[in-house]
Design a protein around this ligand. Sequence first.
Ligand code: CUA
Length: 328
Amino acid sequence: MGSEFSLLPEQASTIAAHVDALYYFLISVSLFFAALIFFLVIYFAAKYRRRSENEQPPPIHEDLRLELVWTLIPLGLAMVMFAWGANLYFRLSRPPADAMDLYVVGKQWMWKVQHPEGQREINELHVPVGQPIKLTMTSEDVIHSFFIPAFRIKMDVVPGRYTTTWFEATKTGEFHLFCTEYCGTRHSQMIGRVVVMAPVQYEQWLRNGNGAPGPSGEAPEVAGARLFQEQRCATCHGANLGGVVLGPALDGLLGRPVKLQNGETVIADESYIRESILNPTAKITAGYQSLMPTYQGQINEEGLFHLIAYIRSLTKTGEKAAETRAEQ
Ligand code: CUA
C-alpha cells in the first residue's frame, strides 16, 4: 500500500479507477450543494432579518426563470449520475468473452474456490495478473456476499441460484477478500486473501500447489464426467440408445437457445442446467416427456459445478463437431 493519503483502498483492477471516479463525482456534487445550502441559510438569515417591530414583508411571487434553473440543473446532474452509473453497471455485469471461469461456493463460514485446471482452495483465491476472471457463485446455506475492496467488486452469493461477477487484476500482490453480508456467528471471520501472481508464477502454482491446499489433480469436467457416470445420466442423455431417445442431447447445449414444451425459448445457461438437474419438471424441452427424477439432495453445489463444467466441455467438442460438419 502506498504511503500517500487516500480515502479509498488501493486500486488493483481495471474497473477500480472508473468506480472511484463516479464515487468522487457523487461526493463532490453532494459537498458542493451542502456547502451552498449552508452558506445561503446563514447569508439569507442575516440579509433578510426583521429590522423593526412592525415591519411587514412584501408579498413574493414566483419567478419562472428561477424555478426552471433549480429544476433543470439538478435534473441534468441526476441524468449524468444515471447514465454514468448504468454504463459502469453494464461493464461490471458483462464479463469479457475470454474470461477464465472460476466457481465459488460460499458456506458458513468459508469461501471454496474451484479453478478450471482442477485446483481447489479455501479462503484463498490465486489468479494471474492481466487476465479477466469470471466468477460463478452460489451458496450452500444462507446469503453471503463476495467482496474484494481493491478490485471494487461486490456480489451477493445466494442459495438456490447463480450470481456472476468478473474482474481483471492490474497488479500483483495480496488483497483482502471479505464476506460483506451478515451470515451468522462467524461472519466476521469469513475472510480470505486474493493472491495476484505473474502468469508464470500462476502456472507454477497450478502445478505444485505452492504449499497452499494442494491440487486435487482432477479438472472439474473430469469430476463432472465421473459424476455423470455414477448417477447414470447417460442412460437417458447418452448418444447410443439403439434409436431410443429419452432425454435431450447435452453436447453443444450450454449457451444455446432451447425450445420448451410450453412454446417458450430459454437460453441454456448455467442456471438453466442447475435447475434442470434439481427440478427437472420446471422447464421441459419440447418433444420430450417429463421422465427425469430430481437430483435434489443427491448432488451438492460443487457437484453441480462439476456437471456444468462437463457439459461445457461437451459444448466445446460439440462446436468443433459442428465446425467440421460445416466444412464438409
Ligand atoms: Cu458469509 Cu457473512
